[in-house]
Design a protein around this ligand. Structure first.
Ligand code: GAL
Length: 814
């Protein structure tokens, strides 16, 4: 069914659509985009304000009449004359919380101590007025020639509760730190003059039980367009299966912010191989100051389908023409795929059963906090894909655009979840913006309206869910709605959902299915196994948990337990492990100072795989996997028993120590092989067999003392702004990685690049993220290198006392 060649269109209809090119033809050169999008990443100044003292908040609120007259917000910061030269120069994405010192929240064992651990011990909140307000300021490039254009600011997400002020006028306020918003600034912009944009963020109140960052941590853009233009996220495509292929519905929302005009809409569809599939045109009579939605239809024979295995993306080019001239143009990727849930057999994509092998993820990374550049988001998705993930649940908030784009491009389905489960105006507005932003993405297969809400099992919860579902339906009739319920599966909101979302509580699943055989079910959250990278014994005093698949909080399970449970129940569509990556905050099971990051990830906060990463890889990725744990450097433990595991999908694994066989073990499906081995230094080796034939090898060598540093990165060629995640390892004289010793590593960077941040994956580390040095943790640390626009050679140098330094060269592509 999936073909990579161009396909012809087999019919077109809908709102007066006409097919002007039924057969594939080279794409004609198009005029330069008449809309202009200016990225506002650079040029910002930043200063902390004060949540309790107006004098230290640039006078904001000093006089009670801030909102008495529009255009007079009552702080000099908003004015053209304000001198911000002593403010810090920052570049977006920016998270001011990550630079605050770690701080104990209360005495050991107190509730304050626990809540600090959940927040990652960064002093943000009402108790820290001096570090919870952030002011941003920059000039906006609006030329005299922009007069007559519509001017809009697009914010992808601001942490949080912000006030957007342009030339002294409040042009917007926005509550949630996760919801994108758009601001029309045409009325107060001054083309050809200075324009000062100010954003005041108030992070005093949080929206999550984990670290949340603060500030302009997602992108901001200035969009200049014609009065008649395509609305933000306004053009999107749905596909329904028809016998010969796909019936497409292309919906386009056009706003006319000006006088009435006769226009035309032109939608051009490009196949993944670059060939033009069709060009549909429709007349557009736009009344003065109006908005319209046009639906065009097109049937495609045997289209190239999108799936995790073949994430083939089409492109839709949307143009608005007046008098034959293109006055607005937008281009976006879309995928054609057919998704459905079956109450008995789980999930189907393009007619084939597909088990959901998902992970839940927050959105922070070591070294940068919430300020994750797009290319680092994409790198993270690549790691999940390597683990065998075919799905991503964006917990517990809408994802940034870069995550949606990477999931589309790399082939991960997305459970897209709103932040606030509420049917009040704010909750519905957040929901609406999430749906509008994400509905054009092939990856999105399920809308999530809530997670473990207190009211889930009540009639109130049911009414809220029903209102939210109605709201979604009006915006997108093509995807089902779920809510993540931790227990109470049969109660309250449960009856409203299209797909029952189960968090943990394996004991309720069979009974619910028996009582509700027509309702599809999915594991919205599973696992929550806790592991610390490179640690093989629990140490409560130190706050470490072993990386064997063994420890979990009361509501949770091991990886093996949930995978086996789900595999035995075909009616379950699969599940999302909590979590792909470690994240800041919620350091269960040690919810106390100085633990500031989670142990839940299959990769640590730097993206270094833990051992369970290989367990999932063995059963999810389809590759032949043989991974041995633990490391084999245990000086002083000679003769003592060490528990050795192999995560493998081979039939059998044989273990050898220094050439001597310790026996072959069969590996049960979804299990692992284990031996108890008296420690002797040397080489621990494993061989994996299938049908009696050797197919895989793994080994662990005993390391000597650290002698050198070693640097590596899977990205060596970097376009401007792209990030290389550099792995820094301690090695002995023979080049064997040293898994236990730690050193302080210093970095120096040469070339057009910046050292974006450093980390080591230690959930207790109190070292700074923005620094030129970092200690290793169990032999590893990480440096993030971001290429500048200039291109050329980039060299990262790493040094540690007494060790041979290392140099990594990267190529900046400019
Ligand atoms: C769930 C919750 C997640 C996380 C997880 C830890 O109950 O939805 O956000 O807290 O537990 O196991």
């Amino acid at each position: 069914m999936i073909r990579l060649t161009r396909r012809g269109a087999i019919g077109a209809g809908g709102a007066a659509a006409a097919l002007s090119a039924a057969h594939a033809a080279p794409l004609a050169a198009t005029a330069p985009a008449p809309r202009e999008t200016v990225a506002l990443d650079a040029g910002w100044r930043f200063h902390l304000g004060h949540a309790a003292d107006p004098a230290r908040d640039f006078g904001f609120g000093l006089s009670h009449d801030s909102y008495a007259k529009s255009g007079e917000i009552g702080t000099p910061v908003a004015g053209a004359e304000f001198d911000a030269r002593d403010w810090a120069t920052v570049r977006l994405p920016h998270d001011w919380a990550v630079d605050l010192p770690f701080m104990p929240f209360g005495p050991p064992g107190s509730e304050a101590d626990r809540s600090g651990a959940f927040q990652g011990f960064k002093p943000v909140g009402r108790r820290w007025p001096e570090t919870s307000i952030g002011w941003y300021r920059r000039a906006l490039p609006i030329a005299a020639a922009d007069a007559g254009r519509r001017l809009r600011l697009e914010f992808d997400g601001v942490g949080r509760d912000c006030l957007v002020i342009l030339n002294g006028f409040v042009v917007a306020s926005n509550e949630s730190g996760y919801a994108p918003f758009t601001v029309d600034i045409t009325d107060v912009a001054r083309p050809g003059e200075e324009n000062w944009l100010v954003v005041r963020c108030d992070a005093s109140l949080g929206e999550a039980w984990s670290y949340e960052g603060a500030g302009l941590y997602r992108a901001v853009r200035l969009v200049k367009s014609h009065a008649a233009h395509v609305r933000r996220w306004g053009a999107w495509v749905r596909a329904d299966p028809v016998p010969a292929g796909a019936a497409l519905r292309i919906a386009t929302e056009i706003d006319n912010h000006g006088p009435a005009c006769a226009a035309r809409l032109r939608s051009t569809l490009i196949a993944p191989d670059g060939g033009r599939l069709a060009r549909l045109e429709a007349p557009l009579d736009l009344a003065e100051w109006s908005g319209r939605t046009i639906e065009q239809r097109l049937d495609l024979r045997a289209p190239a389908l999108w799936s995790p295995a073949t994430p083939q993306l089409h492109r839709l080019i949307t143009e608005v023409l007046i008098g034959g001239q293109v006055v607005d143009r937008q281009e976006r990727a879309f995928g054609i795929r057919f998704a459905r849930f079956d109450p008995d057999r789980g999930f189907f994509l393009n007619g084939q059963p597909l088990r959901i092998q998902g992970s839940c993820n927050h959105q922070d990374h070591a070294g940068v906090g919430f300020a994750v550049p797009d290319s680092l988001h994409a790198w993270r998705i690549e790691q999940l894909k390597a683990m065998g993930c075919n799905a991503y649940r964006s917990t517990h908030h809408p994802p940034p655009p870069a995550v949606l784009e990477a999931c589309d491009r790399l082939g991960l389905l997305m459970l897209c979840e709103t932040r606030q489960m509420s049917s009040n105006a704010e909750g519905l507005s957040q929901l609406e913006r999430m749906v509008r932003q994400a509905r054009g993405h092939a990856c999105v297969f399920l809308w999530g309206i809530g997670n473990e809400e207190i009211h889930r099992g009540t009639p109130t919860g049911a009414r809220i869910a029903a209102t939210m579902k109605r709201h979604i339906r009006a915006l997108d009739d093509s995807r089902p709605v779920t809510e993540a319920l931790n227990g109470k599966l049969g109660q309250g909101a449960a009856a409203i959902l299209d797909v029952m979302g189960c968090n943990y509580h394996l004991d309720e699943i069979d009974a619910f299915h028996a009582a509700n055989p027509a309702m599809p079910m999915i594991g919205t959250e599973t696992g929550s196994t806790v592991t610390t990278r490179g640690v093989y014994a629990r140490d409560d005093a130190a706050g470490l948990v072993p990386a064997y698949d063994r420890e979990f909080p009361s509501w949770a399970s091991t990886a093996e337990q949930w995978l086996r449970f789900y595999a035995a129940r075909p009616f379950l569509a699969g599940g999302f492990v909590w979590t792909g990556f470690d994240y800041r905050g919620e350091p269960t099971p040690f919810e106390r100072w100085p633990e500031n990051a989670s142990h839940f990830g299959q990769l640590d906060s730097c993206g270094f795989p833990k051992d369970n990463f290989h367990y999932y890889r063995a059963w999810w990725s389809g590759e032949t996997v043989l991974h041995l744990l633990p490391h084999w450097t245990w000086p002083g433990r000679e003769g003592a028993p060490i528990e050795v595991w192999a995560h493998s999908n081979c039939d059998e694994v044989e273990l050898r120590l220094n050439g001597r066989s310790l026996g072959r073990r069969a590996v049960e499906r979804l299990g692992h092989a284990a031996w108890t081995v008296p420690y002797a230094p040397g080489r621990l080796e494993a061989r994996g067999y299938r049908a009696g034939r050797p197919v895989a090898r793994a080994r662990r060598d005993t390391a000597g003392a650290p002698a050198a540093l070693s640097l590596s990165s899977d990205r060596r060629r970097l376009a401007a702004d792209a990030v290389a995640v550099v792995r820094v390892a301690l090695v002995d004289r023979a080049g064997v990685e040293v898994p236990q010793a730690d050193r302080l590593v210093s970095f120096a960077l040469h070339g057009d690049a910046r050292l974006l941040g450093v980390g080591n994956g230690d959930p207790r580390s109190l070292e700074a993220d923005h620094a030129t040095r970092r200690s290793t943790f169990n032999g590893l640390c990480m440096a993030l290198v971001q290429a500048g626009p200039g291109g050329g050679a980039i060299a990262l140098e790493a040094r540690a006392e007494g060790l041979k330094p290392a140099l990594l060269t990267l190529a900046g592509l400019g």
